[in-house]
Design a protein around this ligand. Structure first.
Ligand SMILES: [Zn+2]
Length: 314
């Protein structure tokens, strides 16, 4: 039984995940910029101990997925804007000491990729790219069963590829990167600019709901979203030609609105590679995907996960 921890922008989710990738218990802690590190760690540890007792199981390891920059090799958190008191702390070392088990940490998009690869929509695919579209755009790349890492174990930033250099400024330093044009907030910001007097298009979720109902303006915003999603995905296909791209995150709960537009861009610009062999699939682990991915981080590091994925690869 693996203890799973998802460190997100506004909350910490904690759970128990069994060896088949099923969440059998979970709880949450709401966090803010004032949240203390050691108190947070104590809460996580006591939640895990309670769940362990209640479910009459034994936690044999802990996996963590975290938003923001992390060092997966040392276990150190980077400059987390949303949890300033957690900066440069090392939950891998500290939770390991508190609970007496091995702990592994990855960026949450990489954790999501590992979860979908093992137990979800990426199962059995040796070249897999997982994309999550929500408040930002992140992604993880798995090749031949191994999580792709850059220099010093760093996580590549798929959301910061430029798709329109005349687009909005992004905190990364560029203008018009994928995240600044196609994340949920980017979609809502564009809608607000086009219809400033309306309250109906304030969030991506609202816009998608209206588009499903046939609202013409919402459909225009959705078409623009699909166009930019499609450009970013087409770039990834041209660069990597993976077997499958798995699409997850809050915005992709409305994926049916976007898929035709995404495919249009792929067909338009990927003709020099066999793009028709890259399958698009929707993430299948549902609302517990982050916890399941976090648990898989432990399996990937300390279990026999790499061999398991490789042996299923075609
Ligand atoms: Zn950027």
């Amino acid at each position: 039984m693996i203890g799973a921890i998802d460190i997100g922008g506004t909350k910490l989710a904690v759970g128990l995940v069994n060896e088949n990738g099923k969440v059998i218990a979970k709880n949450e802690i709401v966090t803010g910029s004032e949240s203390h590190y050691s108190a947070g760690l104590e809460s996580i540890a006591s939640m895990l101990r309670e769940m362990e007792q209640h479910a009459r199981v034994e936690i044999t390891g802990i996996g963590i997925g975290s938003t923001g920059p992390v060092d997966p090799l040392t276990g150190e958190l980077g400059d987390l804007d949303f949890l300033p008191r957690w900066r440069r702390k090392n939950p891998v070392r500290d939770l390991g000491e508190l609970l007496g088990v091995e702990v592994a940490l990855e960026n949450d998009a990489d954790a999501g990729a590992l979860g979908e690869a093992a137990w979800g929509a990426g199962c059995g695919k040796s070249r897999l790219i997982y994309i999550t579209v929500g408040t930002g755009i992140g992604g993880g790349i798995i090749f031949d069963g191994h999580l792709y890492r850059g220099v010093d174990g760093c996580h590549p930033e798929l959301g910061h590829q430029v798709v329109d250099p005349s687009g909005p400024e992004c905190s990364c330093g560029f203008q018009g990167c994928w995240e600044s044009l196609a994340s949920g907030p980017a979609m809502a910001a564009w809608a607000h600019e086009q219809a400033p007097a309306s309250d109906s298009y304030r969030t991506a979720k609202q816009i998608c709901k209206l588009a499903f109902e046939g609202d013409e303006l919402a459909r225009r915003f959705v078409d623009r979203e699909a166009y930019y999603l499609g450009l970013g995905i087409a770039n990834l296909i041209n660069l990597f030609v993976p077997d499958r791209i798995v699409l997850g995150g809050g915005v992709m709960r409305s994926a049916l609105l976007f898929l035709d537009g995404i495919r249009q861009q792929i067909t338009r610009g990927c003709r020099f590679v066999p793009y028709e062999k890259t399958e698009l699939a929707l993430a299948s682990l549902g609302k517990d995907a982050n916890l399941i991915g976090a648990a898989r981080v432990w399996h990937n590091r300390f279990g026999n996960a790499v061999q398991a994925i490789s042996s299923r690869a075609v």
